[in-house]
Every structure is written in C-alpha cells, then in structure tokens.
Design a protein around this ligand. Sequence first.
Ligand code: TTP
Ligand code: MG
Length: 357
Amino acid sequence: MSEKKRIIFHLDMDHFFTAVEEREHPEYKGKPVVVGADPKEGRGRGVVSTCNYEARKFGVRSGMPISKAWKLCPQAVYLPVNYELYVRVSNQIMSMLRGYADKFEQWGIDEAFLDVTSKVKNYAEAEALAHKIKREIYEREKLTCSIGIGPNKLVAKIASDFRKPDGLTTVKEEEAEKFLAPLPVRKLLWVGRKTEQKLKALGIKTIGDLARYDPSVLAETFGVMGTQIYLMAHGVDRSEVTERGEIKSISRDVTFEEDTSDFDFVLKTLDKLSEEVHKDAERQRFYFKTVTVRIRYENFETHTHSKTLPFITDRLQDLKKTARELAQAYLRPERKIRLVGVRVSNLISAEKQKRLI
Ligand code: TTP
Ligand code: MG
C-alpha cells in the first residue's frame, strides 16, 4: 500500500517587523513605515530590514541601502530594529503553531513549515485549518500572515509567497508543475543570484524552462545541485519537516600553550577565531547581532563581555572589529592571558537577508 500523501503548510508573516510596529503604534497605520538603519536624512548607512506595503509602493525593499529608501520615500516613518520585541512576538506565534502540526519546523523569525498530514483528510479540510490558524493569529496577535498549502515543503513555500499579504494558496500535487512553470527560477529554494545568472546563460529563466531542460547537462554544469533543481522544477521535494533545535550561538576559543601578555599576539588570535566563527556562521547561513569575547587570565579568573550591534550583520569586519574592541578592556600589562574566545549570538537565518536589491 502506498503511503498517505503528505499535506504541508508554509506560513509567512506579512511585513513582519513593520506589522509588529504598526500594532504597537496605531498612529502609523496607513503610512509608509520602514524598519532598519537610521536614515540620517539620507546620509545614513546600513540597510532596510523591512518595510510595510505602503512603503513598497514607493519602491522601498528589504536589504536596500537606507539612503536609497530615504530618496524614494522621505515621508516614511523610519524606525530602528527592535529585535527583542519581534522575537517575543515570533515565539508566541511559533508555540501556538506547533500545536497544529504533526511535525513543525521554524524557518527564520517569521516563517514555519507544518506537516499536517494526520490532522486533515483532504485539501478542503486543510484549507479550513489554514483559515482557522490565520484567524487565531489575528485574534491573538492582531497580525496577518500568508499560508501556502502543498504536497511538500518546496511547493508550500512558493505558494505562501504567491498571494501576499493575508493570502492563502493551495497547490495540489497534480497542479504543482503547472503552478511553478511560469515563475522565475529564483523562486526555487537555494537558487541564489549566481546560479540564476548561470541558468540565464543557458537560456533558462522560468521554472518551466528548467523543467524542460536536459537533466544530464544540468548535472554536468551544477553537479548534485543540478539534479536537485531539476527535480524541484518538477515540483518534487522529499525533504521532511523537521524540528530543529534552534542554534543559539556559534563560538570558538583557544587556550594558549603558554600564558601570554603579548597583546598583539592575543589580538591576532582573536582575529583568527573571528574568522573561524564567521566561516561557521556563513556555512550555516546565519547573520548575527551579538558578539561576545571571553578572556581567562593565568589565575583562571574568567570574564565575558558582550556587545549587541544596532544592526544584523554577516560581515567579518564587523565581527573582528567588535571582538577587538571588547577585548581591549582586558589587556593589562600585569595580567597574563590563558584563554580567549569569540562567540556570535542573536542569530538570524540568512534566507531572510539574501534578497538584496
Ligand atoms: P520576510 O518574511 O522575508 O519579509 P516580511 O515579513 O517583512 O515581508 P513579507 O510580507 O514579504 O513576508 O522577512 C521577515 C522579517 O525578517 C522581516 O520583517 C524583517 C527581517 N528581514 C531582515 O531583517 N532583512 C532582510 O533582508 C529581510 C528580507 C528580512
Ligand atoms: Mg514575512
């Protein structure tokens, strides 16, 4: 007997950071709102984290330099990122959602996959459940979301993005290929800008183009990923919804062979640790916000010192610079150092950050 076909939801909150801000400040309602770096009347550095749909009408987008956003829409309400608040709201939504799923997987701060296979008999019941969830989130949090329903994670994720805000899109297994065909290949998970350019060079722009392409050429050009994206273009994705123990931090430390007061050496070691931590974060596709340095003196007295940056970053230079700054206070000529360590925390999935303009 064949296994029961899966039914998967992907839920994505609408303009999440700004939606939370609007809820907290009803006076912003109807106005363009941008959350991100301080625009400093157009001279500000840093980027837009997100903006509401009113601001999007002016062309403002996530990841855009804040100075450009200011040029496009100087009349918007500009707000700093209140990350702690959004995480709190996110946690409440996620714990509510968990209860509706056989298997649950949070994906970044405002998205989640739910495997609801055993909870519903068919797609009609799945839609009713999705409406119920949307209503409940609205009643509890006064926030809207968009849900995609599909036979697997891939199709569900693309479906949730299809009609936004406050959308609900269902794509059954037999409809998947047709639904995907006209969409740009970029919509497939893991197709970044570079792959997109390479595919374009082969004349592949839409998912349909990719589905019709010779899979052996794709395998030659892109290796394993070539085969994967070919299957994805046909709406095939066997990956399971899996609860991931959220990774809270990434760290590295080193104990010196001999205790040292050569501070140039200590700082260079710190740089190296920063590079390793950065590489790990990059591999796991995390951005970070908090940097912590740990120093142990020869008598085992240990200190940690943290700094939370005013922005989310993935830049090595931000990490190195902050780690060096934090370490300065502990470099005292009379105290030899035994161990140094670097940690990044307050992690956010890079999936959220990658769509740069
Ligand atoms: P998204 O779900 O990608 O965006 P969104 O919720 O703001 O808008 P949409 O209605 O299109 O879903 O990201 C969720 C949050 O993650 C977003 O509110 C802010 C943050 N974020 C960044 O900090 N930087 C980014 O580049 C992106 C894309 C998101
Ligand atoms: Mg969202």
